[in-house]
Design a protein around this ligand. Structure first.
Ligand SMILES: [Mg+2]
Ligand SMILES: [Zn+2]
Length: 179
């Protein structure tokens, strides 16, 4: 029996989207993030983060900065009792034509291989059309949250998403309604 997973975007979904964030001091959890993630965890889901970090390829910051911000986020969540099983990121920019920049499927494939879950049984939650695209490309159930750029992206991909809601707590209630 595989554990089921909820995959989450980082910036604008779990933490505030600060333009090309690279300072761990700037990592700040969004309202309702802890409550939502706790509820998903309580339903038995594993949690992992899939994030595009093109600031690396663009030379704005290095991979150490990405790790420092990811670690700060997982520490803040751990302090609230939320365990993140893995954080996977794409350091490339569009012109690199990699397979891991969302909406390409690479990050989901890496996470599924490492954590041993079926993407078709998973949920993908994010605030941008690339997150919804990644979920659609890998067979996951997709949820657009209106935090971060979500309200802006709703006109672009709201209809493509399986569900649209205000934040991670509302997303957890939607997932619960499907169980
Ligand atoms: Mg985002
Ligand atoms: Zn990539």
């Amino acid at each position: 029996m595989f554990k089921r997973y909820v995959l989450l975007d980082r910036d604008g979904t779990i933490i505030f989207d600060k333009h090309y964030l690279h300072d761990p001091e700037g990592v700040e959890l969004l309202p309702q993030a802890v409550e939502g993630l706790k509820r998903m965890q309580g339903m038995g889901f594993g949690l992992a983060v899939l994030t595009n970090q093109s600031g690396v390829a663009r030379g704005y910051y290095d991979e150490d900065a990405v790790h420092a911000c990811n670690d700060r986020m997982t520490e803040l969540l751990a302090a609230e009792g939320v365990h993140i099983d893995g954080v996977f990121y794409c350091p490339h920019e569009p012109k690199d034509k990699c397979n891991c920049r969302k909406p390409k499927p690479g990050l989901m494939e890496q996470a599924a291989a490492e954590l041993d879950f079926d993407p078709a049984q998973a949920f993908m939650i994010g605030d941008k059309s690339a997150d919804i695209g990644l979920g659609k490309n890998t067979g996951a159930t997709t949820i657009l949250v209106r935090t971060g750029k979500g309200a802006e992206h709703e006109s672009k991909c709201g209809r493509r998403a399986d569900h649209v809601c205000d934040d991670l707590f509302a997303a957890a209630l939607y997932i619960e309604s499907l169980m």
